[in-house]
Design a protein around this ligand. Structure first.
Ligand SMILES: Nc1ncnc2c1ncn2[C@@H]1O[C@H](COP(=O)(O)OP(=O)(O)OP(=O)(O)O)[C@@H](O)[C@H]1O
Ligand SMILES: [Mg+2]
Length: 573
């Protein structure tokens, strides 16, 4: 079975194609969104999703969130001591655990374990990040048949609502970690992405940081939080910030509060204060919009709709910024949290050639320029090195294959070396280095030997490079050389085996585990009498669990949930 997955920075979701339409699959708690959070204890016990997020407050050293931001880097997160190698997980390992949980949800619903997936990625994900995402799928036992850009998936979900023609519309996707903009048109069954632009490092997380940076000196003038371990401090501030920020979506002021030891540190933040704290972030929303429109030569006034996607577009400050930018109100007709996963399932149906979508075609673009590093004669007998020579220009429709020819610069040069870059800057140091390729050339006078460099960018956004030296017939093929980046079969196998050794709660216990982790988190969120009461309720629930009597457990759980709901409805914290 082929499924569609939105692997988000904050939340992930999975959808399948059934009876001619895309449907979301609920997780074991009945939610369509599974927090992209993983918690692993020293003994290898693992939690994924909602309970993992609750454990962020109580066990910050064991818990990871927002790891999508590290995708495709060598960075690791140490969790749970020495359970897995040294307990160091790459973003792709943690993502694999989330993907595995989503696949299990599909299996629970349909009785069939999915083996293939379409996974969404931010349009601005570079080659390394895309390959890491694909490996995450492999580690979870899923063959990633296609990677699809998130705004393109959202555009499918929006555009295929009635399958009619649509004038150009703009998808504005601001999630937890990334911002993507796409201009899309639908004509005669062809969904055509005209241009994409974005910012890989802009999302709700950044608004949390901005808010925390403003509030921290107010609640903690004596710098007591600085004495905490960084992971603990960040977890406390992040939670306080997100709670406050969400409250500001429906109220003109909200409390920013956290519990430190036996004390509650709190301040009230007004909407105006919040808006000024995130002013620099709001300004960064403009550039990608302008660039995408310019690249496809469409004027903002020609757009039929501005389609909002991503949880962070719920923030009134963001909506106001969008309204100012376009001079009109955006369209909120697709569900901002569900559109990407639904679009992924539609893409899965397209890949699987489902009859219901027979007449639909989709074309996407490469959202950034790809090229090589070159040196140029400066006209005064010198060489200027480190320049970027584009091979595939941004917003070229994909799949695409382009070739450039480059010659030697020195006499008797033995090799031609190419740094491979992505970006728009004239000098390569302003761009992202993706890899490096070297090819031997026959020694001749400068400029007499040349190499043909071909870049091929496929519909998943994966890059392949072929270099050919006609003079010698030597060829090289590169899928990015970095060793770090290309773990061998064996390493992947051993990582998969290590992940498989983690212990997961049996599915039937998931509800109890989630309630217990939530109660423990609530305990830490409160002080005084309320805290004591929560402690007592936890003891009662633990006692019921010990009896192993399903009726008593269910009763105790319902009671605990009702009490926690009551405590948590009082206000933030
Ligand atoms: N009601 C709300 N008010 C304010 N912010 C919200 C609200 N609901 C969700 N968010 C924010 O939306 C963000 C998550 O959005 P979403 O689930 O679309 O992101 P994601 O898909 O996980 O991330 P990405 O697409 O960047 O990888 C979080 O920062 C969250 O705080
Ligand atoms: Mg998203």
């Amino acid at each position: 079975m082929l499924i569609g997955i939105d692997l988000g920075t904050t939340n992930s979701a999975v959808a399948i194609w059934r009876d001619g339409e895309a449907v979301l699959v609920p997780n074991v708690l009945g939610d369509f969104l599974t927090p992209s959070a993983v918690s692993i204890a020293r003994d290898g016990q693992a939690w994924i999703g909602r309970p993992a997020l609750d454990r962020l407050a109580t066990h910050p050293q064991d818990t990871a969130t927002s790891f999508k931001r590290l995708m495709g880097t060598a960075s690791t997160t140490r969790l749970g001591g020495k359970a897995y190698k040294a307990g160091d997980y790459k973003a792709e390992d943690l993502s694999a655990l989330v993907l595995g949980a989503l696949a299990a949800d599909v299996e629970a619903l349909t009785g069939e374990r999915p083996t293939e997936a379409v996974v969404t990625v931010p349009a601005f994900f570079n080659d390394r990040q895309r390959k890491a995402t694909r490996r995450a799928g492999e580690l979870a036992g899923l063959t990633v048949r296609r990677l699809i850009n998130e705004p393109t998936a959202a555009a499918l979900a929006f555009g295929l609502q009635d399958k009619g023609d649509r004038e150009p519309f703009l998808v504005f996707d601001l999630g937890g970690g990334t911002f993507d903009v796409s201009v899309v048109e639908m004509f005669d069954g062809v969904v055509e992405v005209r241009a994409s632009a974005g910012d890989n490092r802009l999302g709700g997380d950044d608004f949390d940081h901005a808010l925390a940076a403003m509030a921290k000196p107010r609640i903690d003038p004596a710098h007591r939080l600085d004495a905490l371990a960084a992971a603990h401090r960040e977890a406390l501030l992040k939670r306080a910030a997100e709670t406050c920020r969400r409250a500001l979506s429906t109220a003109s002021e909200a409390e920013f509060a956290l519990v430190l030891g036996e004390e509650r540190l709190a301040t009230v933040i007004t909407e105006a204060e919040f808006e000024s704290a995130c002013e620099p972030l709001l300004r960064r929303l403009r550039e990608p919009v302008v660039r995408a429109l310019r690249d496809c030569a469409i004027d903002a006034s020609e757009l039929s709709e501005i389609v909002l996607v991503g949880g962070a577009t719920r923030m009134p400050v963001v909506r106001r910024a969008i309204t100012r930018l376009f001079g009109r109100f955006p369209n909120a007709s697709v569900h901002p949290d569900h559109a990407v996963a639904l679009g992924a399932a539609m893409q899965a149906a397209l890949v699987g050639r489902d009859a219901a979508l027979d007449e639909i075609r989709i074309t996407d673009v490469c959202p950034f320029t790809l090229g090589v590093e070159v040196a140029e004669q400066d006209g005064h007998g010198g060489l200027q090195r480190g320049l970027f020579s584009p091979v595939i220009e941004r917003n070229t429709p994909v799949p695409v294959s382009r070739m450039n020819t480059y010659s030697t610069l020195g006499d008797n040069q033995k090799t031609l070396e190419f740094g491979i870059y992505q970006g728009e800057a004239r000098e390569v140091r302003g761009n992202v280095k993706l890899g490096h390729i070297a090819i031997p050339v026959p020694p001749r006078a400068a400029g007499e030997v040349s190499a043909q460099v071909r870049f091929s960018y496929d519909s998943s956004g994966l890059l392949e490079i072929d270099v050919h030296v006609p003079a010698s017939g030597v060829e090289r093929n590169l899928v990015i050389v970095d060793e770090e980046d290309r773990p061998g079969r064996k390493e992947l196998e051993s990582r998969r085996a290590a992940l498989a050794k983690l212990k997961f709660h049996p599915r039937e216990d998931a509800g109890n585990v989630a309630v217990m982790t939530r109660a423990e988190r609530c305990y830490e969120d409160h002080i005084g009498d309320v805290r004591q009461a929560i402690g007592h309720w936890i003891t009662l629930f633990a006692g019921a669990l010990d009896t192993q009597d399903p009726r008593r457990i269910a009763d105790a759980r319902a009671m605990l949930v009702a009490r926690l709901d009551e405590v948590e409805s009082v206000g933030p914290l």
